[in-house]
Design a protein around this ligand. Sequence first.
Ligand code: SF4
Ligand code: SF4
Length: 320
Amino acid sequence: MHDTRPLLEKTDFPTIYRDDINILQVNLGYLCNLSCVHCHVNAGPTRTELMSDDNIHALIKLFDNPNIDTLDLTGGAPEMHPLFKKLVIAAKKHNINIIDRCNLVILQEPDYTDLANFLYDHDVNIVASLPCYLEDNVDKQRGKGVFQQSIAALQKLNALGYGLENNDTHQLNLVFNPQDATLPPPQHDLEIAYKKHLKAHYDIVFNQLYTVTNMPIQRFGSTLISKGTFDDYLSVLKDNFSAHNLDSLMCKNTLSIDWQGYTYDCDFNQMLDLPLGSNPKKQHFTDLNLNTLHNTPIATLQHCYGCTAGQGSSCAGSLT
Ligand code: SF4
Ligand code: SF4
């Protein structure tokens, strides 16, 4: 795989500063029940990297910080971490909004038959990637049979009460990102199309569709380099720069933590191994005082134009 970071270093992205941190986005490890071809962390059933028990316990202590109102769990399949439930129970006790980035298929695995009920009982909101509503496209990307298992999982979640309209709790949100080097279509229009198709064909409902712009990093960036279209894609991102997205960038209020406990401004910077702020060295979350991060600079490279292009992009979809 080509390293895209050297091509992103020379940047003219505006300098941005952090607000207060209120979201912890934590990668619990690379263990996963699937091994999707596009996976940016190369997760899979044989990966052994998991957040240590000590770090999980230290993380739970962070919930005492009154500014923290959201815990966003990623992986791998975060639910496969042996202390996943302990973490969720602790967050719920602190009235923290919990987001589980779920691959859906995990809900159908024999060892996880109680998982959907557990998530519901602890008011966990679910964000699930469904790159397309057509079976062939999903199976090509994620593996044979994944689409049908995802559909069955979505139906299971609906039966529990997930994804219902006018319901602030038990949100079920789906994620779309383009398959090619283009910006995502307007989020609202695509959401209507997804809802129409999934309801008509599978009687499935969900709350929101998040459209996410592909970042010119990792596997996607490497493919662009192989095809000779890396610079063209960067130009698309830059040419569509919208300054009004700068105020709502997710890095303004999110701390990204990797499976070893090191901190970053966002998940993309984590993938680029770009330490938090302008620090030359990575910092562990146990060495940080979250309350002193306000107004400190955020580490930006040229990939940041992916967050400001057009309707903007974040882990919660478009910014506008
Ligand atoms: S489900 Fe997600 S984490 Fe697991 S292999 Fe697929 S892309 Fe990677
Ligand atoms: S990639 Fe996006 S979220 Fe990450 S630091 Fe850049 S602008 Fe912020």
